[in-house]
Write a protein of this length. Structure first.
Length: 83
């Protein structure tokens, strides 16, 4: 059963870690922009791309979780010799 959902688990974990890193990037960028950093263009771009990830990519974690919960049953109905 675990083999049937391993892809979705890895995708969910990778997306979740990416979201964690995006939130960290947002925090760092906001601090840098408040301190009038020389690299303000870099931090503004980092802020926008990190927000995009959080709003557009991170919600896929829910899809992967649903696939883990529901997707294995159908695959496991197959006889082993059919693989």
């Amino acid at each position: 059963m675990s083999g049937a959902v391993s892809f979705y688990f890895l995708m969910m974990l990778g997306t979740l870690i990416g979201g964690w890193l995006a939130v960290r990037s947002i925090e760092i960028s906001l601090k840098a922009l408040q301190s009038d950093s020389i690299d303000s263009d870099f931090y503004e771009a980092k802020l926008i791309s990190s927000k995009f990830f959080v709003l557009s990519i991170l919600p896929k974690v829910n899809f992967y979780a649903d696939s883990i919960e529901k997707g294995a049953d159908l695959v496991m109905e197959m006889k082993e010799e059919l693989f």
